[in-house]
Design a protein around this ligand. Structure first.
Ligand code: NAG
Ligand code: NAG
Ligand code: NAG
Ligand code: NAG
Ligand code: NAG
Length: 767
């Protein structure tokens, strides 16, 4: 037992003591007389940038003797041939040593501070004699996977004799290829013997797709016997040096792979070394390691086979060796060019932990918090949805400038919280199709790209927030009140109503009924927050959100689409005081009145709003006509006008005001297609609204629009717009032009997002 404890303690201790955030090359090799540069990476803190950097040699007793340091110290062994340079801009320092000797071989540390602190990295340096070759030997050095062409001179008298290339294996020379067409099976399909130039005194042998095993000594031969011409060539095949990549935990990294034009048309892959094999992480044939699902993108960069792989939300276990390559199989293949990396994960990350999994329920909402570099509060923020098809891509859904992708109209908003280093994205009316991975991006520091996985479960029961009336059709010029019921458990949180637009959700003045009750008891039936539109204007049409928040944390929201229709107009006569009243109508009264208006409206004798035509209509008939015309106008905005021109000469008594119907556009969440609804009764969207109610996703508690400011703004708006509802044609025009504006904005957004997409794949300059 005691022994066990000791072992455990030792293990813990050694694990703790070996964990250093300094990273560098584990093994460095060079040859005598050559220089070497060793780059060491340190965590990006200002203390680290300024503290002493050193390079020391490990001796007996685990002592490390400093050879050079950034304080200006240079040992006599290094005098005149070494320096140490700090690059605070990329959190690295470089130790340059020239004129290497074999005595320089040994174990070293590069580190920060004093050598007795565990801020260092072990580097082993091996300096070997340059291999010596006989004078008549030509040395060729090539990278694995590339081609080499040996040049073999011969004399005229051998012009017609046999030419050959063989490889020295021990005492024998094994044939590789000869001019009679014999080819060694090991070189089948990748070796060629040809006459070089026109002089006819050199033959060439090219070997493609070089493998490590091709390295060695070769002999070219022309002719036989006494007139033979021989030449020795030595081939060195280099494995790629891994490029070091330093990544903070939870950050993102980009691996840039440029393998050359020759493989531009081959399938590309990134694989991860696992002992002897390299397991594919992602390839262009659609294969992907589930461990990277939702957080990896492979993007071709040009026509020369250059591509990059972006990994977000870097995990501890991502550390290791990676290779990229190209082959028609999409798998690593010997003899094909590769590039290598070693990824280091710094666990002392500057990126704060945030929730990487967020859970919601169908019909409910989630608030997802995205961290960003707090020094870049002015950067643009984006939020995209990762899609796994093909090489993966991440279309931007919303950005801090406010534009929301059309399919997400009414249910997505991004709240920047400047100074906090985070922004919140709220998505409501959740469906199971929303489950997936989403990325938080900015146009600034690319390391701060994080991934959030959204899980959506079936709603277990009633939503926490419920809006009444559910059939939200407001009548122009009348008073319309929406009430949001919340359960007692949300009693202590701030409640708000906001109007959604593609610029975000603008907080509206509202009344919290529950808050005015004695706080000792919570009457569940009376927990309401109401928002009143008075009078209803055409621009009031749209999505409204009722939500809760707590300080800077946003919570649940529920959305409702309010359609505005040309009223029967009666209510202003019936209820004159309301017309002049402002949003501060007593909410209880407003609730009642709006409910009764909704119910009574059809019965009232409609005073048509298309005043200049002055056509009177009778309730029920008008309603029918209106409905039928609406169906047409939903498809063709001009059709109501045409119809009007035809009908008036016939002397029919028509509800023109009703003809000029709002073409409410509602977005059906489930099938993303746009749906035009004739708005007389929003029956069409009713099922939507039911689904859209917020089921208690407990995942969000959210935060803080600036009520003060927005409330004031809103009041101004209300002041200036108590006039009579606009004439129908005009309102349609207005509708159209706002649609055009939206289209313009959207195309601008597309342009911008393609720029972002380009940036997304740029190499992080920090790495
Ligand atoms: C760090 O920056 C210096 C100078 O800007 C540059 O020479 C060096 O290559 C950079 N190092 C890395 C690893 O990017
Ligand atoms: C390397 O050493 C040789 C002689 O040993 C000397 O001539 C040369 O200047 C040295 N080079 C450097 C860069 O120190
Ligand atoms: C190697 O040779 C092959 C066949 O001759 C050629 O297609 C390819 O482009 C060459 N690759 C390089 C890197 O030169
Ligand atoms: C934002 O700031 C508030 C206080 O200023 C803090 O309580 C909250 O945790 C911060 N949110 C994030 C995500 O950092
Ligand atoms: C709301 O619309 C639905 C669907 O048309 C209908 O069944 C329901 O009765 C309406 N409710 C109210 C209060 O009008």
């Amino acid at each position: 037992m005691r022994l066990f404890l000791v072992t455990v303690l030792l293990a813990v201790f050694s694990a703790a003591s070996t964990k250093s955030p300094i990273f560098g090359p584990q093994e460095v090799s060079s040859v005598v007389g050559n220089p070497v540069s060793i780059t060491c990476y340190y965590p990006a803190t200002s203390v680290n940038r300024h503290s002493r950097k050193y390079w020391c040699r490990k001796g007996a007793n685990s002592l490390c003797t400093t050879l050079i340091s950034s304080n200006g110290y240079v040992s006599k062994e290094y005098a005149g041939r070494a320096n140490i340079i700090n690059f605070p801009e990329n959190n690295t320092f470089v130790v340059n040593i020239a004129n290497l000797t074999q005595d320089d071989s040994g174990s070293y540390k590069c580190g920060l501070g004093t050598s007795n602190r565990p801020l260092f990295f072990d580097v082993s340096l091996e300096v070997s004699q340059a291999p010596e070759f006989p004078e008549d030997t030509h040395v060729y050095t090539e990278d694995m996977g590339r081609n080499v062409t040996f040049e073999c001179p011969f004399q005229k008298e051998n012009s017609h004799s046999k030419k050959s290339l063989c490889k020295k294996i021990g005492q024998t020379c094994e044939l590789v290829i000869d001019s009679t067409g014999k080819v060694n099976p090991n070189y089948e399909g990748r070796v060629k013997l040809f006459m070089k130039g026109t002089s006819g005194v050199i033959f060439g042998v090219s070997i493609n797709h070089l493998r490590l095993s091709d390295a060695g000594l070769y002999v070219c031969q022309a002719g036989e016997g006494s007139s033979v011409n021989k030449k020795n060539v030595h081939l060195q095949v280099l494995e790629p040096e891994p490029e070091l990549v330093y990544a903070d935990l939870r950050s993102s990294v980009t691996l840039d792979c440029a393998l050359g034009r020759e493989v531009a048309n081959e399938a590309k892959y990134l694989c991860r070394m696992n002992k002897e094999t390299c397991d594919v992480v992602i390839n262009t044939l659609g294969k992907r390691d589930p461990a990277f699902d939702g957080r990896i993108l492979l993007t071709p960069k040009d026509n020369n086979g250059h591509f990059s792989v972006l990994i977000t939300g870097v995990r501890k276990e991502d550390a290791g060796h990676y290779l990229c390559g190209a082959h028609s199989s999409g798998l690593p293949q010997e003899g094909w060019p590769i590039q290598a990396w070693q990824l280091f994960v710094n666990e002392e990350s500057t990126i704060p932990p945030s929730r990487s999994v967020v859970k919601g329920v169908t019909g409910g909402s989630v608030a997802m918090v995205c961290p960003y570099n707090p020094k870049e509060s002015n950067s643009l923020k984006y939020w995209c949805r990762w899609e796994g098809d093909g090489n993966g891509h991440c279309p931007i859904l919303v950005e801090s400038q406010g534009v929301v992708q059309e399919d997400y109209e009414g249910r997505l908003a991004l709240y920047d919280q400047p100074g906090n280093g985070s922004y919140t994205v709220i998505l409501n009316q959740l469906t199971t199709q929303d489950a997936g991975s989403y990325w938080c991006l900015t146009n600034g520091d690319s390391r701060w790209r994080t991934t959030i996985e959204l899980q959506v479960a079936e709603a277990p029961g009633k939503p926490d927030l419920e809006v009444t009336p559910q059939n939200a059709t407001a009548v122009l010029g009348e008073t319309f009140t929406l009430s949001c019921h919340y359960p007692c458990k949300l009693y202590s949180q701030e409640k708000y109503w906001c109007k959604w637009s593609n610029k975000g959700c603008h907080v509206l003045p509202s009344r919290d009924e529950g808050a005015r009750q004695p706080s000792v008891s919570c009457d569940p039936s009376n927990q309401l927050i109401s928002m009143t539109l008075n009078p209803v204007k055409k621009e009031d049409e749209g999505w409204y959100w009722c939500g809760v928040k707590q300080g800077q944390t946003y919570g649940e929201t529920t959305a409702i689409y309010v359609a505005v229709e040309e009223g029967t107009g009666g209510s202003r006569h019936v209820n004159p005081p309301d017309a002049n009243a402002h949003a501060d109508v007593a909410p209880e009264k407003a609730v009642e009145s709006s409910v009764s208006e909704n119910e009574n409206r059809p019965v009232l004798n409609p005073k048509l709003l298309a005043e200049e035509k002055g056509i009177e209509s009778v309730g029920d008939q008008a309603q029918e006509n209106r409905a039928s015309v609406n169906a047409g106008s939903a498809d063709a905005p001009g059709s109501s006008k045409v119809l009007f021109a035809t009908l008036v000469p016939l002397g029919l008594v028509l509800a023109v005001g009703a003809v000029a119907v709002w073409v409410a556009r509602a977005r059906h969440r489930k099938n993303v297609d746009r749906m035009s609804i004739s708005s007389y009764r929003t029956d069409i969207s009713m099922s939507d609204f039911k689904n859209s109610r917020d089921f208690g996703g407990n995942d969000n508690m959210g935060a803080s629009p600036d009520n003060q400011e927005t409330v004031l703004e809103r009041k101004d708006e209300i002041m200036t717009t108590t006039e009579i509802a606009t004439e129908p044609e005009e309102s349609k025009k207005a509708k159209r032009s706002s649609k055009e504006e939206a289209d313009l904005a959207y195309s601008a957004f597309l342009i911008q997002s393609s720029n972002i997409a380009a940036q997304v794949h740029d190499v992080p300059k920090e790495v």
